[in-house]
Design a protein around this ligand. Structure first.
Ligand SMILES: [Ca+2]
Length: 172
């Protein structure tokens, strides 16, 4: 994708206690995504070097929040296309949950339970900030998962989220 304004790299090895860094990044994404209409592209790679992508024509974080931090950085995402399958639309409207801030719909804390930080519902169809478990794993859904492509027990080698302003077709 051309003219990337921001690159969000999923952390391959998530150090414990990095919730502050995650929040700082969310704050930056929010500041960017309220400037206009943004789209999101997620690139994925497994350990056989197969790649897949998911594209969302609509993306934003805290778009309608007066105080996005207080509001939990809710995700706006829509208009899927790609070949990885959609594993994010079910997270639309969800707030961001970290181990120290439970904003999900589960009686547990999904971030603690699945060792990640994400816009969890109850709990997830994707977990890109999960643990780097190197492919197939016996534990459930706590790796870097994109369930519509590789299920809930395959931790991906690589994932990357990129956003850029949507091109206005009437204003080229
Ligand atoms: Ca909860």
């Amino acid at each position: 994708m051309e003219k990337l304004e921001e690159r969000i790299k999923s952390e391959m090895t998530r150090a414990s206690g990095s919730d502050t860094a995650t929040k700082k990044r969310l704050k930056q994404i929010h500041a960017l995504s309220i400037q206009g209409n943004y789209e999101l592209r997620i690139d994925l790679e497994d350990f056989e070097n197969s790649t897949a992508y998911a594209h969302y024509g609509t993306f934003g974080v805290g778009l309608f929040s007066v105080d996005p931090d207080d509001d939990g950085y809710p995700l706006t995402v829509g208009d899927y296309s790609g070949n990885a399958g959609d594993s994010l639309l079910k997270h639309n409207g969800m707030k961001f949950t970290t181990k120290d801030r439970d904003n999900d719909h589960s009686e547990n804390n999904c971030a603690s339970f699945y060792h990640g930080a994400w816009w969890y519902r109850n709990c997830h169809t994707s977990n890109l900030n999960g643990q780097y478990l190197r492919g197939q794993h016996t534990s459930y859904a706590d790796g870097i998962e994109w369930s519509s492509w590789t299920g809930w027990q395959y931790s991906l080698k690589f994932s990357e989220m990129k956003i850029r302003p949507t091109r206005d077709p009437d204003n080229k």
